[in-house]
Design a protein around this ligand. Structure first.
Ligand SMILES: NC(=O)c1ccc[n+]([C@@H]2O[C@H](COP(=O)([O-])OP(=O)(O)OC[C@H]3O[C@@H](n4cnc5c(N)ncnc54)[C@H](OP(=O)(O)O)[C@@H]3O)[C@@H](O)[C@H]2O)c1
Length: 470
């Protein structure tokens, strides 16, 4: 329990830290350009795919010739490649989209003998692709019987939904990085994959390059997951981290994030919490075998945080991060996204730049966290290609085979930092103390009640900012 809960002594809240917390952190938390995942990766086991030349017809089962090539094209023996000699198949891929992630997928597949990107769907001409591979007509992929797997990295809901559902309906496997698509059509797409015996994988959709969903799937084989969440959006972490390192206001640091390519021209999905909410929704659905309505998850973003707020947090020993959290409760799932004050010495406080730190707590295993790059061409493309290899090894279906509609329930209460120019009776009735900057600290307030109040309060005070205190 945090010192604020001890101090305020109101209400029982469920915090993150377990006494027997097991944190798999193996790397430093300093920034940098490369992906660094703190967990010693342990993706689902299965037959390792062979990179060596496949003997036999395309799409059929063949015997590996025994060799392989590294990503740089250098020939490797099976031992060097770390793979036993075994029977394998070749995957024929139809790639939808050739942008940041699509270009990375192409580059990672190109030197491999077991992943053949047969066609690439473009919307506008692109450099760097052989002419015979390019198509501007999705039917050239969807109607090609040799293409067994569709990799969707176009983004957006439409026509991604139409293409992905058509591919699954034809029994083709689908690998996607598209969190918006999976969160919005979760029940339908997972059911279709099950019905058709096809694979549906989306590891890159949550955590970019972090093998988060694969480990969530794995832990469920032996244990019961109780909570999921954490820092799941690199853009907002970049902004919050920068604001803690120098007294800079939100609009200035948002512009810097845009100049660096960390934030979109329209940053709303990141700073208002929609992106992290989608990732939380997918994670909670897999963790709890649920089918949550994404847009129903209460969310408050960081758009209104100021340099003065950050200075106040720091003077009280806190750091502020945009955190997602979902907990399995007796009556359903309690899920929400909100700025959160964590102790300055906590693990989340140390996550720099645009890195992510995603955590589950399981009944027996305790807490396990995954740190790394939540975005970027090669981190994200690696998870896409890893999914292809998992499918190639024989895995079908989704990460869970159940999707039970569940109620979103409250059930958690904690203190809040609230800064508003228009305090009302609700806030006055819950105020435990007032800070020097005029913001108030509440006693323990029901999370859903507080987030509903904050949403409504924006009508009276568009600059209102709240943060839960962990
Ligand atoms: N970038 C990351 O770090 C990251 C991380 C995790 C997940 N993701 C997800 O991965 C997906 C792709 O992201 P991205 O960053 O690679 O996006 P991107 O750079 O904008 O690339 C998307 C590509 O898809 C193409 N496209 C869009 N609609 C199309 C259509 N109807 N037909 C054919 N091509 C179409 C675009 O073509 P034009 O060039 O002609 O517009 C563009 O080249 C998104 O769902 C995103 O959320 C990305």
């Amino acid at each position: 329990m945090s010192r604020w809960r001890n101090k305020l002594g109101e209400g029982e809240t469920r915090g993150w830290a377990l006494p027997s917390a097991a944190l798999c952190a193996a790397t430093s938390l300093n920034g940098g350009g490369e992906a660094r995942c703190a967990h010693i990766s342990s993706a689902p086991s299965g037959h390792l795919p062979l990179k060596g030349k496949v003997l036999g017809v395309r799409g059929g089962i063949g015997l590996d010739s025994g060799g392989g090539r590294g990503y740089n094209g250098a020939k490797m023996t099976p031992a060097q490649a770390g793979r036993p000699k075994e029977v394998t198949t070749m995957m024929h891929i139809g790639l939808l989209g050739f942008g940041v992630v699509g270009g990375g997928v192409w580059a990672l597949c190109a030197p491999r003998d077991d992943l053949n990107v047969k066609r690439v769907l473009l919307r506008s001409p692109k450099e760097g692709l052989p002419e015979e591979v390019v198509t501007f007509n999705a039917d050239d992929i969807l109607n090609d019987p040799e293409i067994d797997t569709v990799v969707e990295v176009m983004g957006g809901l439409h026509p991604a939904y139409e293409y992905v559902s058509a591919a699954l309906a034809r029994g083709k496997n689908v690998v996607t990085a598209n969190k918006a698509l999976i969160a919005a059509y979760y029940t339908e797409l997972t059911a279709l994959a099950r019905e058709k015996g096809a694979a549906l994988r989306c590891t890159a959709a949550v955590g970019g390059g972090i093998p988060w969903l694969t480990n969530l799937e794995r832990v469920k084989r032996l244990d019961t997951v109780c909570t999921v969440g954490g820092i799941m959006n690199g853009t907002t972490n970049f902004i919050m981290d920068a604001m803690h390192k120098a007294p800079v206001d939100f609009p200035a640091i948002l512009k810097e994030a845009q100049d660096l390519g960390y934030a979109e021209a329209d940053p709303s999905a990141d700073i208002d919490g929609d992106d992290i909410r989608r990732k939380l929704c997918i994670s909670a659905n897999i963790a709890f075998d649920a089918a949550l309505e994404e847009t129903a998850i209460p969310t408050f973003g960081i758009r209104t945080v100021t340099a003065a707020d950050i200075a106040a947090f720091q003077s009280h020993g806190f750091a502020c991060k945009l955190l997602a959290r979902a907990e399995s409760t007796e009556n359903g799932v309690c899920a929400y996204v909100e700025p959160t004050l964590v102790d300055a010495g906590d693990l989340e406080a140390a996550v720099p730049a645009n890195f992510n730190l995603i955590t589950y707590e399981a009944e027996q295993l305790g807490r396990q966290s995954f740190y790394g790059q939540g975005a970027g061409r090669f981190p994200t493309a690696e998870n896409v290609v890893q999914d292809c290899l998992t499918v190639l090894s024989g895995k079908r279906g989704f990460y869970t085979d159940r999707a039970v509609p569940m109620f979103l329930t409250s059930g958690e209460a904690h203190p809040y930092y609230v800064r508003t120019s228009a305090p009302d009776a609700f806030l006055r009735g819950r105020t435990a103390e007032t800070w020097d900057n005029g913001a108030v600290i509440t006693g323990a307030v029901d999370v859903y009640e507080m987030l509903a109040w904050a949403k409504a309060q924006r009508e009276k005070d568009p600059g209102v900012f709240i943060a839960g205190i962990r």
